[in-house]
Design a binder for this molecule. Structure first.
Ligand SMILES: Nc1ncnc2c1ncn2[C@@H]1O[C@H](COP(=O)(O)OP(=O)(O)O)[C@@H](O)[C@H]1O
Ligand SMILES: [Mg+2]
Length: 257
């Protein structure tokens, strides 16, 4: 199976007035298909910018990037990539059900039987069945975020990009959504890139954790947690090893900012 992501000497940034503003420099990164990758790093180090390149919302300045064996553009065209952002916007004049279905309905030109069936499944899975006829303003922040996740998952993307998706939520909601996300990931085998500010969340979710540094954005720490987590990427096989890995990440984050 092709890797989910292969980046080689990748420079990422934004066009400037006179010269480009380089945010990430010379990134080499390979992410295996089906990996749950957590990404930590100080604010401004380029986490969101990197996800934009993966999603084909921004062209790299230099270097190569291959997503699912092809270019970001092709992957985007095939709708193989889904996103959830910190403050995902829903359409205020559409119900929960329509918000979830709409991107795929537009993509396929009509509401197919499959879209209808699958969206009902996802509504149930995300605990939204009772809310499906509500409008976004009638939902809590956690409920809105669940709608955004269901919307991102409906197309069964092979790659799911999540940029601080639970940052604005209370801890209990966040814990629940973490578990729901892990269950979904186990069921579907999709590759997940998950950006968070929380070391605990990064370790709870990720099989692998990157810590990025800023100026220029680069990888400071790259830890594979599979050997210290339980089967199915479950935490706490070896609490001491997990604590040690978290301490290393904390130190890397300290150096990074
Ligand atoms: N549209 C843009 N144009 C120019 N610079 C930008 C733009 N968006 C972000 N940046 C800059 O790129 C750097 C990385 O930003 P970002 O990827 O959002 O960081 P992070 O997500 O890690 O907090 C920051 O210095 C930010 O100011
Ligand atoms: Mg960001």
């Amino acid at each position: 199976m092709a890797n989910a992501i292969e980046a080689r000497r990748l420079d990422v940034g934004y066009p400037g007035k006179h010269q480009a503003i380089k945010v990430i420099s010379g990134l080499d990164l390979t992410v295996g298909a089906g990996t749950f990758l957590s990404i930590l790093g100080p604010s401004g180090c380029g986490k969101s910018t990197f996800l934009r390149v993966v999603a084909d919302l921004l062209d790299p300045l230099a270097g190569d990037i291959t997503i699912l064996g092809t270019s970001p553009k092709v992957v985007r065209g095939r709708r193989d990539v889904g996103f959830v952002f910190q403050d995902s916007t829903l359409l205020p004049w559409r119900t929960v059900r329509d918000n979830i279905r709409l991107p795929l309905v537009i993509g396929q030109g009509r509401l197919t039987r499959e879209i209808a069936d699958r969206s009902e499944e996802l509504l149930q899975l995300m605990g939204l069945s009772a809310l499906c006829d509500r409008y976004p303003h009638q939902l809590s922040g956690g409920q809105r975020q669940r709608v955004a996740i269901a919307r991102a998952l409906l197309g069964e993307p092979r790659l799911l990009l999540m940029d601080e998706p639970f940052g604005a939520l209370d801890e209990i909601t966040r814990d629940r959504l973490n578990d729901e996300l892990l269950n979904l990931w186990r069921r579907t085998g999709t590759t997940v890139l998950f950006v968070t500010h929380s070391i605990a969340e990064a370790v709870y979710l990720g099989e692998r954790v990157l810590v990025l540094a800023a100026n220029p954005g680069r990888i400071l720490f790259d830890g594979d947690l599979r050997s210290i987590k339980q089967e199915g990427n479950r935490c706490s096989r070896d609490d001491q090893a997990i604590a040690a890995a978290m301490a290393e990440m904390r130190q890397a984050l300290g150096e990074a900012s």
